[in-house]
Design a protein around this ligand. Structure first.
Ligand SMILES: [Zn+2]
Length: 126
């Protein structure tokens, strides 16, 4: 496993995450499109917030399950809690240091049709 360091743009929020980052999910839903998330979903024990809990604002909408954190100072959204995996941490791979985004394999998640996309995901992981 590799340890990555990440955070927001201004430096208020910093975290570490461990895992093998080879692929990310890109979602076409209304918020992921606007935020340009590249999703890397990890177990919470692989994630450690170093600093910045007090700097994080949260945006929720619709079902209210997803908790879209963002730095209240610089606006960056380096990680959040996803509706699809509320027991995990959804790291925005764009906010990790030293990661070559172009080298990652991108899987497409059809978040505009969320229920159907979740069924398809469950089948593909069986
Ligand atoms: Zn910031």
């Amino acid at each position: 496993m590799t340890r990555y360091r990440g955070g927001c743009h201004c430096g208020e929020v910093e975290f570490e995450v461990e895992g093998d980052l080879t692929e990310v999910d890109e979602c076409n839903c209304s918020i992921c499109t606007r935020k340009a998330y590249l999703h890397w979903i990890v177990p919470p024990q692989n994630f450690r917030l170093i600093k910045g809990a007090q700097a994080l604002a949260v945006y929720t909408f619709n079902s209210g399950v997803a908790r879209h954190f963002f730095c209240a100072r610089c606006g960056t959204a380096p990680y959040y809690i996803a509706r699809s995996d509320p027991d995990k941490i959804d790291v925005n791979a764009r906010c990790l240091d030293g990661v070559d985004i172009a080298a990652l394999r991108i899987r497409h998640f059809d978040g505009r049709n969320w229920e159907a996309a979740m069924r398809q995901r469950a089948n593909s992981r069986r």
